[in-house]
Design a protein around this ligand. Structure first.
Ligand SMILES: Nc1nc2c(ncn2[C@@H]2O[C@H](COP(=O)(O)OP(=O)(O)OP(=O)(O)O)[C@@H](O)[C@H]2O)c(=O)[nH]1
Ligand SMILES: [Mg+2]
Length: 317
């Protein structure tokens, strides 16, 4: 059953891919088996994270990126981490996308997943789906994260290129600088450049980069571009810059390193999740003890029980 689903997914059957991703997202036994296989095929896709304040135009911009990448012959996977912002083919195809729908449908897969209250902007599930889409041959993967400000720094370890979106004239640029978000971008995008003050914001960010006294991450000096996502303006140039960054990573042997970082991050996030599930379970069961016993005794009991459960759970490893 799994093999049949996996076969169909590998052949590009959209429904099979959707089913498979659900199994992986919810870590069913089949899902884990599928991921085990797909991970042996993955590691080649260029993974792009997009972050920025709510409403900055991330989803609109992704619509443009998809179109540009597909016209360049790529297959694009999109993962949107935000339950409040459902994002389907219909939501961006509208009138803006003139390309043959069939070409798009065949070469694009979009998946919206719940953030599960994870504040780091990225979850183990999102990264596992990235591995799966990568293994299925989507060679450009875009992840739209919840704009959670400084906690977004977590994505910098797990993707190849980070795009940070700002919009002119709202003071968001300055707020973003303060929040530390300006430290994580490889490419800064001043979207909504049809608004007044776009040049001001553009120059401001450039100045911040030029005058930065901190060493640039990976030795890459961040680039600033202007876009009008609603009119598809600046998208080609943006994709050129993303590709430039990709070549930079490959040249400096950082591309593979980031794939390994991503896998480490999956392991770390999964381990933390498992552990916290065990702790939650014990805490729930221990409610009554906590009321009766001194705290030091309760704590010792809880630690022993965690250890016991972990030993039991992992005795086969
Ligand atoms: N004027 C103008 N409006 C834009 C531009 N890009 C996006 N918008 C509009 O901004 C609004 C928000 O766009 P989205 O793409 O949903 O923004 P988002 O960052 O994905 O928002 P969340 O997912 O809610 O965080 C929409 O009404 C877009 O039409 C632009 O370049 N210029
Ligand atoms: Mg969005």
């Amino acid at each position: 059953m799994l093999n049949e689903l996996l076969d169909r997914a590998i052949k590009g059957d959209e429904i099979a891919i959707a089913k498979l991703l659900t199994k992986i997202e919810y870590m069913t036994e089949d899902g884990i088996h599928a991921l085990d296989y797909l991970i042996t095929k993955s590691g080649n896709s260029h993974v792009i994270g997009i972050t920025g304040i709510p409403g900055a135009g991330k989803s609109t911009l992704i619509g443009g990126l998809i179109q540009e990448y597909v016209s360049r012959g790529h297959k694009v996977g999109v993962i949107v981490i935000d339950p409040s912002s459902p994002f389907t083919m219909g939501s961006f195809m509208g009138n803006r996308i003139r390309m043959q729908d069939k070409t798009l449908l065949k070469n694009v897969f979009i998946r919206s997943i719940a953030s599960r209250g994870h504040l780091g902007g990225i979850s183990a599930e999102a990264l596992m789906l990235t591995e799966a889409l990568d293994g299925l041959g989507y060679d450009r993967i875009i992840i739209e994260t919840v704009g959670a400000g400084q906690t977004d720094t977590e994505i910098s370890e797990s993707v190849h290129t980070i795009l940070v979106l700002t919009v002119p004239g709202t003071g968001d640029d300055i707020q973003a600088l303060k929040a530390g978000i300006m430290e994580i971008g490889d490419i800064y995008i001043v979207n909504k450049a049809d608004r007044p003050d776009a040049d001001l914001t553009y120059n401001y960010i450039r100045f911040a980069i030029e005058s930065s006294e901190m060493p640039f991450r990976d030795g890459w000096k961040p680039i600033v571009v202007k876009t009008i996502a609603t009119r598809n303006e600046g998208i080609k140039e943006l994709v050129d810059k993303i590709e430039e960054h990709r070549e930079f990573l490959i040249r400096n042997e950082l591309f593979r390193k980031k794939v390994l970082n991503r896998r480490m991050k999956i392991l770390e996030l999964m381990a933390r999740k498992q552990l916290s599930e065990i702790v939650n379970k014990i805490i729930k069961e221990k409610d009554s003890i906590l009321l009766k016993e001194p705290i030091s005794i309760s704590l010792r009991q809880i630690i022993l029980q965690v250890k016991e459960l972990l030993d039991k759970k992992y005795q086969n490893i």
